[in-house]
Design a protein around this ligand. Structure first.
Ligand SMILES: Cc1ncc(COP(=O)(O)O)c(C=O)c1O
Length: 372
């Protein structure tokens, strides 16, 4: 008999499959915008497709809630932000995905929102601001790109006490390392484009809601906004999800190894990785997450131009934005508009599934061009 409950690793492989005798093992890709009348589905913008439903079922089981899939991570983020009234008060991290910061600034400009930004690590400040009754608490942990960790359970508990909804962008952690709904979050959000899809071949997003009323509010955003996940993307994302546990296990092990080796490199001045014992987020990661993940950020000697040359010299690791694929990618984040406040040499490394020694040979060979 199968253990009950199943391990997350098994749920990622089992959930959302057809169950009847004679069914295919995998949900077929159903490309349909509309359905014959009389059944439960009418139109794909309202009721989705069997393929998106299978993806939502699988992610919902993994996160312990009700999933609604969107066309990108930002469409998922917008499905929550679009529910805010004019004049809303939001508390958000001072380090998070920069387009989320831009979306909040857009709300300030167009809808009169006010946004307080807080250091993710400063739990006391979050709790203090939550007690003043904002309309939304936005968390992203670990954060992009500085890999700062929030005390997600403590902040969600404060949100629950004050009846303030808490959204957690769980993209970097994946549902395998952190389940925000278990500790009281209202929503967990993913850019499916990243680890869940896992192959840099799709754009997708998902919000997992704690209850049916919140799920229905998200479906309303699909109906009105129309940023639904396409059937092909849902098919690819579900296929990607099946291997998330093995991909993440390999990538996380390599990330830990690379972080340690980077710390010993004479041209590397700082490594940020919650798996390192001297990382400020280490104890928190051990307490609140099932592992430190597969993202590593580091800073070097030299300047932005010098590190750009290092990235250009890489042959195994791709110099590219985005993250969470089987292929490792690296990017100097301060080169992006609106990211000039970041340390100029900060490289965000998304560790993939290549052999760790090939990754290290590539990285250390390119870094050897920097001053010591
Ligand atoms: C943490 C995080 N959240 C959300 C997004 C947005 O996702 P997408 O690019 O799929 O719209 C990203 C994209 O990089 C991200 O890193």
């Amino acid at each position: 008999m199968a253990p009950n409950p199943l391990h997350q690793h098994t749920v990622a492989i089992r959930a959302g499959r057809p169950e009847e005798p004679g069914d295919p093992l995998n949900h077929p890709l159903v490309a349909a915008s509309t359905y014959r009348q009389g059944g439960e589905r009418v139109y794909a913008r309202g009721q989705g497709t069997p393929t998106t439903a299978a993806f939502e079922e699988a992610v919902g089981q993994l996160e312990g809630g009700l999933a609604v899939a969107f066309a990108s991570g930002m469409a998922a983020v917008s499905a929550i932000l679009d529910q805010l009234p004019a004049g809303a008060r939001v508390i958000a991290p001072d380090d998070c995905y920069q387009v989320v910061t831009m979306a909040l600034a857009d709300g300030v400009e167009r809808h009169g929102w006010s946004v307080d930004t807080v250091d993710l690590a400063d739990t006391d400040r979050w709790v203090e601001l939550i007690s003043s009754g904002p309309d939304l608490v936005w968390l992203e942990s670990p954060s992009n790109p500085l890999l700062v960790l929030a005390d997600v359970p403590a902040i969600c508990a404060a949100g629950n006490r004050a009846d303030v909804p808490v959204a957690v962008d769980n993209t970097f952690a994946t549902p395998l390392l952190q389940r925000p709904l278990d500790v009281g979050a209202t929503w967990s959000i993913h850019s499916v484009t990243k680890f869940i899809g896992g192959h840099s071949d799709l754009l997708g997003g998902v919000v997992i809601a704690a209850d049916a009323a919140q799920r229905d509010a998200l479906v309303r955003r699909q109906v009105l906004g129309g940023a639904n996940l396409g059937a092909l993307e849902a098919f690819l994302a579900l296929r990607g999800l099946r291997t998330l546990p093995v991909r993440l296990e390999r990538a996380q092990a390599s990330a830990g190894e690379l972080a340690r080796r980077l710390q010993g490199h004479p041209s590397v001045t700082r490594v940020r990785y919650p798996g390192l014992p001297d990382d400020p987020g280490h104890e928190r990661a051990r307490r609140t997450m099932a592992g430190p993940g597969a993202m590593v950020s580091f800073e070097t000697t030299g300047d932005g131009a010098a590190i750009d040359k290092v990235l250009d010299a890489l042959e195994v690791i791709s110099p590219a934005t985005s993250l969470g694929g089987v292929e490792s990618t690296a990017e100097r984040r301060a080169r992006l508009d609106g990211q000039e406040h970041l340390p100029p040499t900060l490289v965000r490394l998304s560790v993939g599934c290549e052999h760790v020694d090939d990754l290290w040979a590539d990285l250390s060979g390119a870094l050897d061009g920097l001053p010591i």
